[in-house]
Ligand binder design. Structure first.
Ligand SMILES: Cc1ncc(COP(=O)(O)O)c(C=O)c1O
Length: 382
């Protein structure tokens, strides 16, 4: 019997590391969880209360409009005014089932089977895996510390033929590095001049460490698709709510695709997300904890032997070149879990060519665990 191309999608390896770490923890080991990009905190308290109130009022949790409930779309538009000083029409906001739900909608609305879509490597694996599943072709731009793991105009100019699209992420996963506003503007302008559809993944906005100002591609191009989510800054991974800011020409196509593919994002989660946008105090306290963990790791990891760390401007990851310690980061990660009880993600997930020399440490878990990690690693490698 025929098995479709979708069945060839490679695993998202971090999910396999989670399974192995769960098994190790089930033996009673105190595993320091540094593999997954999931805040240890839940949805902010005010948002949980809003959810409880809605459920107690027996509000019917039905399908919503495919592009999301109007009040949430309006609240997200207000966020663009308040956070970026940008006037974004709520009619251009599409609420999605996480950022993950946004990608197939964006790719299908903007591209055709066979189209080439460029992105930096290392990259968030589902970009390429979803594109491949949809019959599109990821084009990987090998990036390193010279360009802060981000694509440059020179790399884009070298692409012949021009791709149909470009995916950027700032801060990016796994390196945590950012494009400056001037760089993002230059890339947006290049895309507009060359008829290349820009998709800007801004899911780590709100979690930046002051080295580079946050800017949205919505400021620079009316043709760019901006993707964001409640999963990271808003600490709502399991609620599955994200959004896009769409170019006008793609609003109706995305609405039709969303009606067919998802009908709507979950109703209760949309109400909760709207309330979360007014919970800044709690969310800023979460952010302060990430900053504490980041500082402890940056101070302690070099003494443990992790000396080559990408200069991360945001997100909650550290991307380490571990070539001095191993040439097989998957085996290294398995040993680290078995012998040091630390779960981290091997680079192969994010970079097919060079990933065997890299590891990604996520530090959105408990601060005490993050602070304990360097000393545990130092003893292990000692
Ligand atoms: C860069 C990036 N984009 C998108 C996602 C997907 O997020 P979600 O579907 O939870 O919104 C993630 C999750 O880790 C991510 O790191």
């Amino acid at each position: 019997m025929k098995v479709g191309r979708g069945a060839e999608a490679p695993p998202f390896l971090v999910m396999d590391v989670i399974t192995a770490a769960n098994a190790r923890a089930a033996t009673g080991a105190h595993v320091l969880r540094m593999e997954v990009g999931q805040p240890a905190t839940g949805a902010p308290t005010g948002a949980v209360h809003a959810a409880v109130r809605a459920l107690q009022a027996r509000a019917p949790m039905g399908y919503t409009e495919a592009l999301g409930i109007p009040s949430l779309r309006a609240r997200i538009a207000r966020h663009y005014a308040e956070h970026y000083g940008l006037a974004v029409d709520a009619g251009r906001i599409a609420v999605t089932v996480g950022a993950s739900g946004a990608f197939p909608l964006a790719f299908l609305a903007a591209f055709d089977v066979g189209d080439r879509i460029a992105m930096a490597a290392p990259f968030y694996p589902p970009y390429a895996n979803i594109l491949t599943g949809l019959g599109m072709q990821p084009v990987l731009l090998e990036c390193g510390p010279q360009t802060r793991f981000q694509p440059s105009i020179a790399m884009l100019e070298a692409l012949d033929p021009r791709p149909a699209g470009l995916v950027v992420a700032s801060p990016c996963n796994p390196a945590g590095t950012m494009l400056s506003p001037a760089e993002l503007q230059a890339i947006s302008n290049w895309c507009d001049r060359n008829g290349v559809r820009l998709i800007s993944d801004e899911i780590y906005h709100g979690l930046t460490w002051g080295t580079v100002p946050e800017s949205s591609a919505a400021a620079f191009s009316d043709s760019a698709i901006v993707v964001n989510s409640f999963s990271k800054y808003w600490s709502m991974t399991g609620w599955r709510v994200g959004w896009m800011v769409l170019p006008r020409d793609l609003v109706r196509p995305v609405e039709c695709l969303a009606q067919n593919m998802f009908i709507s994002p979950p109703h209760i989660a949309q109400l909760t997300a709207e309330a979360a946008m007014d919970c800044s105090m709690e969310l800023e306290a979460n952010k302060a904890r990430y900053a504490e963990s980041r500082a402890a790791l940056l101070a302690g990891l070099p003494a443990a032997g992790f000396t080559r760390i990408a200069e991360a401007d945001g997100a909650f990851y550290l991307w380490c070149d571990v070539s001095a310690l191993t040439n097989d980061s998957t085996e290294f990660a398995a040993r680290m879990l078995a012998e040091a009880d630390i779960a981290a993600t091997p680079g192969a997930d994010f970079d097919r060519m060079r990933g065997a020399r890299f590891m990604r440490f996520s530090y959105c878990g408990a601060v005490e665990d993050m602070c304990a990690a360097p000393e545990r690693l130092r003893r292990w490698l000692g």
